[in-house]
Design a protein around this ligand. Sequence first.
Ligand SMILES: O=C(O)CCC(=O)C(=O)O
Length: 254
Amino acid sequence: MIHMFTPKQIEEFNQQGFIVARGLANKEVCQPMIDRVRESLAPPLAPLEYETDVQYPGSPADRLSPGGDTPRRLLNAYTRDRVFRDWATSPAVVDRVRQLIGTDQIELSQNHHNCIMTKHPGYSSATLWHQDIRYWLFDQPQLVSVWLALGEEYDENGGMYLIPGTHKEELDRGFYDAAYFLRTDLPENQALIDSAVSATLHQGDVLFFHCKTLHAAGRNQTDQIKFSVVFTYHDSDNQPIEGSRSAAFPDIPC
Ligand SMILES: O=C(O)CCC(=O)C(=O)O
């Protein structure tokens, strides 16, 4: 079976900077990943990032504060377990990424995303408006991330919001703060922020988004953890800059 987006869907991605493919992963694919994630949380299996590490709005102040041991991301998903590897290299994913990037030769980055987002109730933080490319260093800012929802994702549990078309915008540096988050205090940014859309996802839905698309997500205000598996891909002709964090671990040809 060939796994393809239609020309209309590719056009939508090119216009919006993202597209949702519904139900790409069925229950038989999602459940083993959920099982591995739960095993990796109790007890926590390194490498992982804690909410305190990012110090985003809502993060506990330090590891000794209440909620200070809340994991935010299980890292190195590709090498963590075969179930994640199989998903990341499955035709359902890589055939579509090839279409969106417009090449037959793609590589998975082990240095960016390559994780399971574990947004916990109680102590999760909010992620402000940003482009993923802000700290990534590649020949060209042309990468696609693939976000698989292992459960429901919506506003209240910290689901993603995206601003359509922002992968094509070049905003002046002053529109962002020191950490490259879009400034929400600037009236000039308001119309952009008001045009954001929510990516409501169900289990097995996959959000494909461009590394320049502005996106944000709130805290998880429900009583259930939210799990999402995220990998990032680039054209083999578009390489990370030698010596940068983007080149730390070898990329995986898919
Ligand atoms: O789930 C979130 O808080 C958003 C994560 C995100 O935007 C990212 O890792 O680039």
